[in-house]
Each structure stands twice: as C-alpha cells, then as structure tokens.
Write a protein that binds this ligand. Structure first.
Ligand code: ADP
Ligand code: MG
Length: 696
C-alpha cells in the first residue's frame, strides 16, 4: 500500500508528478482512498426528444451526421449535428477540437455524455465525453460510473476520468496489494459493515446501488471512527498528564451569593452546566471546557458562579473579553451582581491609567484581588497573579492561540480554562473540531423571553422603517442601527456609515432625539462615552459598526436595524440580532438590503426571518459555506474528510464517536486481542497532533 504511485502500471514520472501536485496522491494507498465525489447511472440513456429541461448531465446514444465551424468573437467553435432517431441536437467545442476532428467518425453509433445547455429552447452539450458504442460496450461493466474530483490542469494534461478509472482498475486487480482490515471484527458484525477490501472495490466499481451504499457507509464509519478515536485519545491523555488545582469546596462565598444575591432562578440548562464545571474543578485535572450558549442564554452567571467556587478554594480568577466595551460590560454586570458581597474585583484594559495599573498589579500579586476582568491586557507579562486558578475566556474566536498559551506560563499548575462562545457551532462540527475539549451547552433561554420578530425590507422602504423607529422610541424603547465594516473596503464602508448617520440625524433631530455613534476609528474613550450614554438611556439611537456585535447588554433596546444586511454572514447577523430581545418588550430586527440579491444572500436573509434558533442557523451557514470556511476551522485541517460529511452523515459520526469513546474507556492502550488492528492502524496514520492544540 505504501508503494509509490510511480510504480503503478500506466503512471510513469510525468503522471506521478501531476497526481502528487494536483491531487496529493503519492502512494497506492492514496489512490485507493481517492474517492469519487459522485456517480452517474450509465445504464440509462436519454432520448433527444425527451431531454429534461434543466441543465443536468445526460447520456445519449446516437450518430454524428455533420460537422461545421462557426466564427465567434475569438476564433471559431466546432459544432457537430447529433441525432438519435427521436430528434437532433448540437455538440459544441470551443477549443481543442483540431485533433478531435480527426478522430470523429460520421454516421457511427456513439455514446455521449455531458451537461445539457439550454439556449432559446435549443439543447446543446458543450465538450461532451464520447465513445464509440462498440468500445463503450467493452468497457468495465459497472452500474454506476464514478466521477472523481479533477482539475483543469489534469484534464489539459490528458488525465481524464477514464485514465483515473483505468489506474484504479489496474491497482485493484494487481496481485500482492494487501487490503488489510482496519476495524475489529466485532464492530463489523455489530454495525453490519462490509470488509475494507470489498468496500474499496465497490466504491470505485459499484456493482449495485445497494453495495455502493454499504461501501460508502463502511468507509465513512472508518473515517469518522479514526478521527474521533484520535481526538478522544488526545483528550484522555491530556487529562492523565495535566494536573489541575483541586477545587473540592463549595464554600461560603458561593453559598452566600447563591442564597442572598442571585437575582433570578437558574434555568435547568444553567444548573446542569454549573454542575459539569463543578465536577471538572474537583477532579485534580485541568479543566478545559467549551461553554456554548446562544446569545442571551445567560453565560455570564455561569462564569460568575465558577469564579465564586474558585474564590472559595483560595484562588483568583480572570474573565477576559475580546473588546474593551465588552470587558467594561462584564465589569458593570459584576458590580451589580456582587454588590454587598465584599468580593474584590477590578477591570484592566488598554486604557487603564498607569496609576490604576500600579494599584491593580499590587493587589493582584498580594492576592487582595479575587477577580480580574479585562481585555487581552491581562495577558501582559507585567500582570502577575498571586495564584490564578481559573481563566474564563468570553467569545473565544476573537483570541489567538498565543494569547491563551500565555496564561499557562503564569503558573506551574495551569489554571482551569473555560471558553465561552455564543457562536453557535452545530454539535456535529463542535464534536469534531473541539474534540479534545469537553463541551457544555446552554440550550434554553431564560424564561419569559419573547422571540424577536425579524423582517426583511428593501432600501426603498426606508421611510416606513424610520416611521417604525419613531414609534418604538415614543414607546420609550431604544434602537440600534448597524452598518457593515469590512476591513478591505474600510474607507468605503466608513463613508456609508457617515452618510447613514447624517440622514438619521436629519430624520431624528434634537432635542427630541439623541443619537450615539460608535465605530472603530474613534478613540476608545470617546467610544466608551457614547456607549455609556446609550446604555444609560440618554440617547435613543445607537448608530454603530459591528463593534457592538458581541455581548453588549441593553435590555431596553427593542429594535435592531441592520443596514446592507446581505453583506453580513449568518452567524454575524444572528449575533447582532441577539442585542435585542433582552428585556420583556416585544423586540424587532429589520434587515435592510438593496433589491439585487445573490441566491446565497437571499437564503441568508430568509433564514434569519424564519428562525431564531442559533443552532439551526449555524446548520444553514455550514451548508452554505462548507465547514472549511467557518470561523477558525481552516486551521484545523480536520475538516478535510475524504468521504464522510459532517452534516449529512451526522448519525454515523455519533455512532463512530460513541464507539471510539467506549473503546478508550475500556481499553485505552488497545491491549485486547481484538483491538490489535486498531493499534496497528493508528500507528500508521499520518497525524499532525499540533493542530489540536489551538484551543488551550
Ligand atoms: P450571554 O449568554 O449572551 O452572555 P447574559 O449572561 O448576558 O447572556 O444574559 C442575558 C440576560 O439574561 C442578562 O440580562 C441576564 O441577567 C439574564 N438572565 C440570565 N440568566 C437568567 C435566568 N436564569 N433567569 C432570568 N434572567 C436571566
Ligand atoms: Mg455574554
């Protein structure tokens, strides 16, 4: 299996180089695991008079009766008249037809295959694959014709689908190539999986739909199984290796707060998560937990309760937010929640003064301070804790790996780490990319929330939208108006924002209306001042860029207007919408857009109008963009699955994960006889363990 592809019959140095460069195929094994991305039923033929009237791929039997050349803007195109007895159509070549012309035989039966192109009621097929019927009949007999991923370069260099298929046929028939089984027999039996050898044959040369499905299922299971096995193994080993502080006590600080200061009853989900965290903190191993909870689901209180347990055990905590505004918000929340508890906490951001810092450093090092809230400023070397026991990181995706790693260096025993995120990542994906973290989910919102009504309006409805803004303000509510700010075109976006601000100022003049404006080009002092005015209800409208995307909490705000909403990604739209609906009033989100929308843009806006569920929205996002483009996952490498699909095969992923989990629980060293095959397979996997370190 590890034999270089160069030595396969029909390859040679040139092809071997191309296969390596274009498809990353280096060995026999790589070629066998180069899977078709789809199949075509080649037992079916279409007739020309009954072609489907969309642009699908079809196979037709017929003859070419004549060939013409038609002048076009640049050069000529070659057009063949093709008939099958029911009608006629055109086959068209725009390039590369000189040599082809010489091989085409008129009035002989061909099987052609290609994608129909409809133009003014006429069907044609550009650049069809074609084969004389006599040769087609001699071809490998398969029910389905595999289509492999390819590239322009490969096609230009003559490595066509046919060539790939032939290489695979010769490899599958070659003597001495061992198809060793990679799964224990009892798993094959339990999940009714076919053998590796059979699966590889069937996936490349399916003899029936049923066997093809079983081959795919077997290979997908295997792929998920080994992916999950490695992730869980890594987590298991980390837990064995990395010691953590033991916070066994739930003491008076926690109790006092819980009994006398908690402003509401915890939701079931919050209780469950606090329990999971308490468990982790007591084990003597470092906690490394991801807390997922939709915007407004109440993560802050969970963070606070975790910090109180830390205090009860004589340690300090830090709560880190990605922006200054958010850090300030957290600080204010703590001011309210911790009033009268005597717990000492402080705020450290980039704009803390020298004097403030001096006092703070001292109190932190002496242990006087129990909680430090801040931005990445807390990662600076000057900032020394007396004994940091817990680091909570809010909105994880804004932080780099390096910053997190710094926390570790501050102590011999690393602090427990809780990463909180409101970016709803579908569970399937979370299990895969964060497989070496434990995951907690807050999946219910606090009671009494009215779901936000979302509307989509075009720019030419702005007057009506402004009338609605007035209505809301007259009811005493506050309004966000958000503009996109996308880095590459910052100047342009900035102009949009300022133009918008001007027109809003004209429609909502003082003294009846007061407006705050916040954007990235402002000094952080000015930003805070403007935010403050909005938070305190002195202004009714906040015009802003996405600075306010995460975390800001103004319960009296009931209307979110998102300008150029088509330019935002789904998860960003959902985050922004989460700024309203935080109080008891009915809240609204209005998505403004131009009248020209791309299909994808339309789907995004429709999804927002239809759904308030972050996880559902994340699934759509994942489908639209593919897992590789989701935030932070590019670096994971893990999503380059060869055959399995994280979304479509979610059930199988779960089965594979559960199985892997059970095996590691019972036999982490793979010492059982039946697990030898796993041990052997794992040792051969090319696995870059570094990629998993990117969370903690
Ligand atoms: P997020 O998860 O987005 O950080 P927050 O922690 O800011 O959410 O909570 C959102 C709002 O819900 C806050 O005003 C908070 O006080 C309130 N809240 C949180 N938990 C509950 C609860 N169990 N019952 C009622 N209100 C709650
Ligand atoms: Mg929050």
């Amino acid at each position: 299996m590890q034999t270089e592809i160069l030595y396969l019959k029909g390859v040679g140095p040139e092809r071997s180089r191309l296969l390596k460069e274009e498809l990353n195929i280096k060995t026999f094994q790589d070629l066998l695991h180069f899977f078709p991305n789809r199949y075509i039923d080649r037992s079916r033929f279409h007739s020309i008079n009954k072609l489907p009237n969309n642009n699908v791929e079809v196979q037709i039997k017929g003859i070419i009766t004549s060939i013409n050349y038609i002048n076009q803007k640049r050069g000529k195109r070659m057009v063949a008249n093709f008939q099958d007895g029911t009608g006629s159509m055109q086959l068209v070549w725009f390039r590369g037809y000189q040599w082809l012309r010489e091989t085409i035989r008129l009035n002989q039966a061909y099987v052609i295959f290609g994608r129909i192109n409809w133009f003014k009621g006429q069907a044609s097929i550009p650049h069809p694959e074609m084969e004389l019927e006599s040769i087609f009949q001699q071809g490998v007999k398969v029910a389905f014709y595999p289509i492999y991923p390819s590239s322009e370069k490969l096609i230009n260099k003559g490595i066509s689908q046919r060539v790939i298929q032939k290489l695979l046929a010769s490899l599958l028939q070659q003597k001495g190539v061992e198809f060793s089984e990679t799964l224990p027999n009892y798993l094959l039996d339990h999940f009714k999986l076919i053998s590796k050898e059979k699966a590889l044959h069937q996936v490349h040369y399916p003899s029936s739909q049923n066997l093809l499905s079983r081959a795919q299922m077997r290979l997908k299971f295997e792929e998920f199984f080994y992916m999950q096995l490695q992730l869980i193994l890594k987590n298991h080993q980390r837990k064995q290796k990395i010691k953590g502080h033991v916070f066994a006590e739930v003491g008076s600080v926690f109790r006092n707060f819980f009994d006398n200061h908690l402003p509401f009853t915890l939701t079931k989900a919050q209780k469950r998560v606090v329990k999971e965290i308490r468990n982790d903190l007591g084990t003597g191993r470092q906690m490394n937990r991801l807390l997922q909870g939709d915007v407004g689901s109440g993560k802050t209180i969970v963070a606070l309760l975790s910090m109180l347990i830390t205090i009860d055990n004589g340690f300090q905590s830090t709560l880190v937010a990605p922006t200054e505004i958010l850090a300030q918000q957290h600080f204010h929340s703590l001011e309210i929640l911790l009033k009268g508890t005597g717990i000492k906490f402080a705020l450290l951001t980039g704009s803390s003064s020298k004097k403030e810092r001096m006092v703070l450093h001292e109190h932190l090092e002496s242990g006087k301070l129990s909680i430090l809230v801040g931005t990445h400023a807390v990662f600076e070397d000057k900032v020394k804790f007396s004994n940091l026991g817990l680091a909570i990181i809010d909105e994880q995706h804004r932080f780099g790996v390096a910053q997190r790693a710094k926390l570790w260096k501050k102590n011999n025993i690393p602090p427990h780490v809780l990463v909180m995120t409101a970016t709803p990542i579908p569970r399937t994906l979370a299990m895969s990319i964060y497989g070496d973290l434990d995951i907690s989910v807050i999946d219910t919102l606090p009671p009494g929330r009215k779901s936000i009504k979302t509307l989509h309006r075009f720019d030419n409805n702005r007057l009506a939208v402004f009338a609605f803004v007035k209505e809301q303000i007259n009811l005493g509510r506050q309004v966000y108006i958000v503009y996109p700010l996308i880095q590459e075109s910052e100047t342009f976006d900035y102009k949009d924002l300022m133009d918008g601000y001007e027109s809003i100022s004209r429609s909502f003049p003082p003294p009846n209306y007061q407006i705050s404006i916040v954007h990235g080009k402002m000094k952080s002092k000015d930003k805070s001042y403007e935010m403050e005015r909005f938070i305190n209800g002195k202004t009714q409208i906040l015009v802003a860029t996405t600075v306010i995307e995460v975390g800001v909490n103004v319960p009296n705000a009931s209307l979110m207007i998102i300008e150029s909403a088509e330019r935002f990604g789904l998860s960003q739209l959902h985050q922004l919408r989460g700024r309203v609906g935080r109080g008891t009033d009915q809240s609204y989100c209005i998505l403004m857009s131009g009248s020209k929308l791309s299909e994808e843009g339309k789907t995004r806006l429709q999804t927002m109008v239809k759904s308030n569920d972050g996880f559902e929205i994340a699934e759509v996002d994942l489908r639209l963009r593919g897992p590789g483009n989701l935030m932070g996952t590019q670096q994971s490498g893990i999503l380059q699955l060869k055959i399995a699909d994280l979304i479509k095969d979610a059930e199988l992923l779960k089965a594979a994960r559960d199985t892997a989990y059970q095996i590691i629980k019972n036999d982490a060293g793979f010492n059982n006889n039946e697990h030898q095959v796993i041990k052997h397979t794992l040792s051969k996997l090319r696995f870059d363990s570094n990629i998993w370190n990117f969370i903690s």
